[in-house]
Design a protein around this ligand. Structure first.
Ligand SMILES: *Cc1c(COP(=O)(O)O)cnc(C)c1O
Length: 362
């Protein structure tokens, strides 16, 4: 057994012991009644967490798989339309790359790291494009910079200027930590992975998909195989999956969803907001700054500007002796920033434990 280090990194996040234990059950076949019951039980609760009455597709993959699924099922091969990818950091840049590598015409708009995508910029891109985009891709919470984009403001301009454009949202590091009302906002794809705000081990990805996105998919010829939304849906209606799913993880998911709904979604979101406040206050009071543009600081992960020149590698070595771990900056932001996740099932006491340890180090 590896030593238990409490994870304050933005994925995989700390998983509670009872959730780890929920996986340890005898294996069942995925073509029998007990599996159908398990899958149905997760589906009804997933719909509550995604605020949808329609469908939440489940794949045995990380979130990146659903990125590819959204690209292949929602964007046509018409070079005149394509996708508008909004880039504000490393993850949104990678999703743009996924569209390109799947042969989709990709128009990119971007902002400097630490900045948020603004609705005016999206409006300008839509107006400048001769044909309506098939889809727009938005990363709600850019995990590399700690920026949380204003989904409602961006969605509003898309609905006004280009109502036929599908709205694809990556909420990998925010869904289940922040309220995202799929139907209320009128989104078309809302995807996430298991190892972030869901507080599960990695290995599952989820995507709420609208009826109009399903209809778009049906008209697209080369949807691929593993992430074909039409295929996933045709099995989902029978409480099943096309290929063998990660059954042990589904046991953990079922337990975790029950626990989330018992905590109450609003209480869960309020806890995330509170932990974000605590983390920002701690950072500012110690002479650090926040990397995210004011007003767009993430509720689930704080990206701290390393204004004190702290040696993050050395800090993490010390934290390991206290059985904790945080994240250095992502990519080019390494050393210049560091990141503290306050997501999933972390509590105020966990954050205080981390802050005291950092303070002790100096
Ligand atoms: C972690 C992350 C991803 C990648 O998800 P995987 O589950 O690792 O494939 C994508 N987008 C964002 C915003 C993320 O934080």
């Amino acid at each position: 057994m590896p030593e238990h280090i409490k994870l304050f990194i933005p994925g995989p996040i700390e998983v509670r012991e009872s959730i780890l234990q929920a996986q340890v059950k005898p294996m069942i076949g995925h073509r029998g009644k007990p599996f159908e019951q398990l899958f149905a039980s997760t589906q009804s609760k997933l719909r509550a967490v995604f605020y949808t009455s329609k469908r939440v597709l489940v794949s045995t993959s990380s979130g990146t798989g659903m990125w590819e699924g959204a690209a292949r099922n929602c964007v046509t091969d018409n070079p005149a339309t394509g996708v508008l990818a909004t880039v504000c950091g490393a993850f949104s840049e990678r999703w743009a790359d996924v569209f390109e590598r799947n042969g989709k015409t990709t128009t990119v708009i971007s902002v400097a790291e630490g900045k948020a995508i603004k609705p005016e910029q999206v409006a300008d891109a839509i107006k400048a494009h001769p044909a309506p985009f098939d889809a727009i891709a938005i990363v709600h919470n850019e995990t590399s910079t700690g920026v949380m984009n204003s989904l409602a403001d961006i969605v509003k301009v898309v609905k006004e200027l280009s109502p036929e454009t599908l709205i694809l949202v990556d909420a990998v590091s925010s869904l289940a930590g922040v309220k995202i009302d799929f139907e209320g906002l009128g989104l078309d794809v809302l995807l996430t992975s298991s190892q972030k705000c869901f507080g599960l081990p990695p290995g599952l990805a989820f995507a709420a998909v609208s009826d109009r996105a399903m209809n778009r998919a049906k008209g697209i010829k080369n949807r691929g195989y593993y992430f074909d939304f039409v295929e996933l849906e045709s099995f989902l209606v029978k409480n099943n999956t096309p290929a063998t799913p990660a059954i042990s993880l589904l046991y953990a998911l079922d337990q975790q969803l029950t626990d989330m709904l018992t905590e109450g979604l609003d209480a869960r979101f309020a806890r995330h907001a509170h932990l974000a406040d605590l983390t920002r206050s701690w950072a500012l009071s110690r002479g650090y700054a926040l990397f995210a543009e004011p007003g767009y600081e993430s509720q689930t992960v704080t990206c701290v500007s390393n204004t004190r020149g702290t040696d993050i590698g050395a800090l993490n070595k010390y934290l390991a002796t206290r059985h904790m771990n945080l994240s250095d900056g992502y990519g080019s932001l390494k050393g210049k920033t560091f990141r503290i996740a306050h997501m999933a099932d972390l509590q105020e006491a966990d954050m205080q434990e981390l802050f005291s340890a950092i303070d002790d180090w100096g």
